[in-house]
Each structure stands twice: as structure tokens, then as C-alpha cells.
Design a protein around this ligand. Structure first.
Ligand code: ADP
Ligand code: MG
Length: 471
């Protein structure tokens, strides 16, 4: 990359005090957090100074400062102390110089003029796809798996609705599996901007529609018109760009549009099912350009998030469901939020048709196909094997009677996962674990549930295992 030498030159100058050490600290952290998180949060950090035992690190934006402060500061300090034990504090400050300076945009004079809603609608409707009225920030339930994506989306929405629009990171790249809320977040950004800064021009398009429009423009030799439509856009959002990959001419057009907008400091938001690094069939310049801003990953849902979403949706629909039933659904329908909504819709319809209260039994019957589809054929043997590997214990410990914590805890995790991921009953699970009693299994399930709420590291282990087993 062309900026590489200037960048490292600057770092060297800044770091008479310990540049090499800082480089190593970042290197260690990169190995721990992975490429994507590193690029999103750490790469742009600069060591500002070391003063009297305090290391001062600069981040380019306030949002990044806050994020680094809450998520990485402790670890940075620990690693830093290995390099230099004299350092005992670390603070993160905002330093706009740390990033390429965004070109300020003149306040939009048109924003001051009142516009009729129909005018605005007509203006925005030229290209933009319709927005789903339910997909707002208010209706989006935030949990650990989507916390970062949500925060970033909010930040972009608010910045774009300011009197002088700001561009906190360009592009914002949201990625994750199907049905996890990517489109919802994009629409939410659009709604926020429309409601708070109605004159701003927002285009929301699926990548497929973008492609279709472009190809049509080619056919009718109206590519100039096509380009014209994007020229004045303040916020461009393209959904599911994985569908652009492979189509070279469209990719190129997209790339040009993208570059032109970034150069004019217009906000771009992109979603895809994979990170920029992992998107296949994408030309290299496009791929690296997509990774320049902030890439935020939406993780698969957790039980807590699913339960939260169910409660919120049931409430919106004016539905009162027994808590046990919601817990059951949150446990069983793990694939994505769309299926969870599907289940809820069916239950609503059933209640309205029959006028009867729903029970756990009637729900099981009603959702039999959904529940079965959700139940990946994971076996208890597989679970035991994976869990043993993960915690580095012998497979035989899964059935042994040893009670030392190092083996008992993994065993409990395996029982918990067996309960969650298979349809086996408690006694059946107990039998598979060296003939244990069903109350032992129940105890294990409760114990792990408790620990997941209080012990972050364990919660992550369990989530990781669950994902591995289900993929
Ligand atoms: P994606 O674009 O990632 O495939 P969507 O944004 O279309 O997923 O989400 C699928 C459905 O799930 C939508 O109806 C959406 O409203 C809902 N949904 C996803 N995540 C959440 C959430 N955190 N809170 C509320 N609803 C959600
Ligand atoms: Mg989508």
C-alpha cells in the first residue's frame, strides 16, 4: 500500500520513547483478536507519549476511542507492561490527526428549506428500494452478538443527520449470516436520517438491484443518467454485496461509484455475508477498499438475545405468552431471528384462529417442522468429543467419575450442550455420561446457565462450541 512508508515513518518519529515496543504490543494483540478486529480498532491507534508511567494512545475518532477504552485498554496495558514495567496506566485520547483528515463538507443549504414529504419521497424513490417500516432502531433488540454493529450503525445514522453531515468511518461494512439483522440495521439508519434530516439524499439498494439497474442502463445507453443518480447522494447503502462478486463490469462500476462518493466524503454502508477479507470473487482493489472503514461483525444469536427478541416482538404484537413457552422457543429455534419471527407469527395466527391459549404442547405440535429443521443432527458423542478437545481433557473423562473441577466443568458443559442441541431427555443424557442420574444432568444444565451469565470466558467457550457443533 502506498501509505505504508509514510505511516511507518510517522510511527518511528512518534516513538522515540518506545516505538518498537508499541509495535510489538500491537502485534501480540493482533494475534489475540484476529485480523478483522485488529483492522477495525487497533491498526489506526498511535502511541502519543509516555509520561510519568502513563502511556497515552490516540484513536482517530471518539467512537473508536470509547470502543478501544472499553474493550482493549486493559489488555493493552497488560501487554505494554510486559514490554515496559515502568508503565502503570494507559489512557486513550481522541486525535483526529491519527486518521486521514476527513474533508469537511459545507452545511447543506437545501436542508434549511422546507420540503414537502412527497417531494422528498419522489427524490429518494428514483433508485432507492422501499424501506420496511418495522426495521427501526427502536425495534432492534441489542445484545452481545450485535452490540458493535448496532453501535456503529447508530453512530453513522446520527452523524449523517447532523446539520453538517459527518462521516465517522467509510465504509461501514456490516457482515454476518442470514437473518441476523443486517438489513434491519440498514433500514434503521435510513429511517433515522429521513426522520431527522429529510432533505438528505439516501439511497438504499440491494446489490442485485444495483446490478440490474446498471445493466439496464448499459442496454439503454443511459449509464450517464445512472451515474447522475448517485452523484448527489449523501448516504449510499448497498445490501448483500456478496451478490456483486464475480460480475466484473458491475463490480467495476460499483467500485467507481464507491470511490467517487468516498472522495466526496459521502457515507457508504455495505452489508455482506462475510468480511471483506473473506468475500470471494471480488477484485483485489475493491476488497481492500471495502476494508478501509469499519467492519462490524454480527454474531449468531445467543439464548439471551433470542429471548429478548421474542419478548419484544410478542409485546409489539400485543401477545401474552407464558414465559416457559418463550424460553422453550429461545432454546430450540437457534438458527436465526427470521425463523424465530416465523414461529411467533404462527403462534399468533393459531391463537387468533382457535381463540385458545397456547401451551407448550400445542406449540410443539404446531412448530414440529420448524423445530425439527432447527435441530441439527448433533450427537452426544460429537458433543463430548468436541468439548473434550476444546478443554484439552481425555474423552474418557466424559464418562469417568472424577470430580476434579478441570474435568467436571467440561463435562457439565457437554451435558448442557447435549440438552440444548439434541432432543435427548435428561435420563438419556445421563446414561451417555457414564450412567449418571437425570438430576445430575439437570444440575449441570442449571450450573452452566448460571455461569454463562456471570463468567464471560466460559460463555464464550460455550458459544464457540455451539457454533462449531452446529456448522
Ligand atoms: P439479514 O439482513 O441479516 O439477513 P434481517 O435484517 O432481514 O436479516 O433480519 C431478519 C428478521 O429478523 C427481520 O424481520 C428483523 O426485523 C429481525 N431481527 C433481526 N435481528 C433483530 C434484532 N436484534 N431485534 C429485532 N429484530 C431483529
Ligand atoms: Mg438482508
Amino acid at each position: 500500500m502506498a501509505g505504508e512508508t509514510a505511516e511507518s515513518g510517522r510511527i518511528h518519529n512518534d516513538l522515540r520513547a518506545g516505538g518498537a515496543a508499541w509495535g510489538r504490543v500491537l502485534g501480540y494483540l493482533k494475534a489475540e483478536v484476529g485480523e478483522t478486529a485488529y483492522r477495525s480498532w487497533l491498526q489506526q491507534l498511535r502511541i502519543e507519549r509516555i509520561d510519568d508511567g502513563e502511556a497515552v494512545v490516540a484513536a482517530p475518532t471518539r467512537f473508536m476511542r470509547n470502543w478501544v477504552q472499553t474493550h482493549y485498554a486493559d489488555r493493552l496495558l497488560q501487554l505494554w507492561r510486559v514490554e515496559n514495567p515502568a508503565v502503570d496506566r494507559l489512557s486513550v485520547i481522541v486525535d483526529a490527526k491519527a486518521a486521514a483528515p476527513p474533508r469537511p463538507r459545507a452545511p447543506d443549504p437545501a436542508a434549511a428549506e422546507a420540503a414537502s414529504p412527497s417531494e422528498i419521497a419522489a427524490d429518494n424513490a428514483t433508485l432507492s428500494a422501499p424501506l420496511d417500516p418495522r426495521f427501526t432502531f427502536e425495534n432492534f433488540v441489542v445484545g452481545k452478538p450485535n452490540e458493535m454493529a448496532h453501535a456503529a450503525a447508530r453512530r453513522v445514522a446520527e452523524a449523517c443527520a447532523e446539520p453538517t453531515p459527518q462521516v465517522p468511518f467509510n465504509p461501514l461494512f456490516l457482515y454476518g449470516g442470514v437473518g441476523l439483522g443486517k438489513t434491519h440495521l440498514m433500514h434503521a439508519i435510513a429511517w433515522h436520517v429521513r426522520n431527522n434530516a429529510p432533505r438528505r439524499k439516501v439511497i438504499y439498494l440491494s446489490a442485485e438491484k444495483f446490478m440490474y439497474q446498471f445493466i439496464r442502463a448499459l442496454r439503454f445507453r443511459s449509464t450517464l443518467d445512472f451515474k447522475e443518480q448517485f452523484r448527489s447522494v449523501d448516504l449510499l447503502m448497498i445490501d448483500d454485496v456478496q451478490f456483486i462478486s464475480g460480475k466484473e463490469s458491475t463490480q467495476e462500476e460499483f467500485f467507481h461509484t464507491f470511490n467517487a462518493l468516498v472522495d466526496q466524503n459521502r457515507q457508504i454502508v455495505i452489508t455482506a455475508d462475510k468480511s471483506p477479507v473473506d468475500l470471494e470473487g471480488l477484485e483485489e482493489p475493491m476488497r481492500s477498499r471495502l476494508g478501509w472503514g469499519l467492519a462490524a461483525d454480527i454474531h449468531p444469536t445467543t439464548y439471551e438475545l433470542r429471548l429478548g427478541i421474542l419478548q419484544s416482538k410478542a409485546e409489539q404484537a400485543g401477545l401474552s405468552l407464558p414465559p416457559k413457552l418463550m424460553e422453550f422457543l429461545a432454546h430450540k429455534i437457534v438458527s436465526n431471528v427470521r425463523e424465530l419471527e416465523g414461529a411467533l407469527n404462527r403462534i399468533t395466527a393459531q391463537m387468533q384462529l382457535t381463540g385458545r391459549e397456547v401451551t407448550l404442547e400445542s406449540t410443539q405440535e404446531l412448530l414440529r417442522d420448524l423445530l425439527r429443521a432447527s435441530e441439527r443432527r448433533v450427537t452426544i458423542d460429537e458433543i463430548q468429543k468436541r468439548v473434550a478437545e476444546h478443554f484439552n481433557i481425555k474423552m474418557a473423562e466424559m464418562t469417568s467419575s472424577r470430580r476434579a473441577r478441570v474435568v467436571a466443568r467440561p463435562r457439565q458443559v457437554a451435558m448442557y450442550l447435549a440438552k440444548q442441541l439434541t432432543s435427548r431427555s435428561l435420563p438419556e443424557i445421563g446414561r451417555k455420561f457414564g450412567g449418571r442420574d437425570h438430576t445430575t444432568v439437570m444440575h449441570a444444565v442449571r450450573k452452566i446457565e448460571e455461569l454463562i451469565a456471570s463468567d464471560r470466558a466460559l460463555a464464550e467457550d460455550v458459544e464457540l462450541l455451539r457454533r462449531m457443533l452446529q456448522s
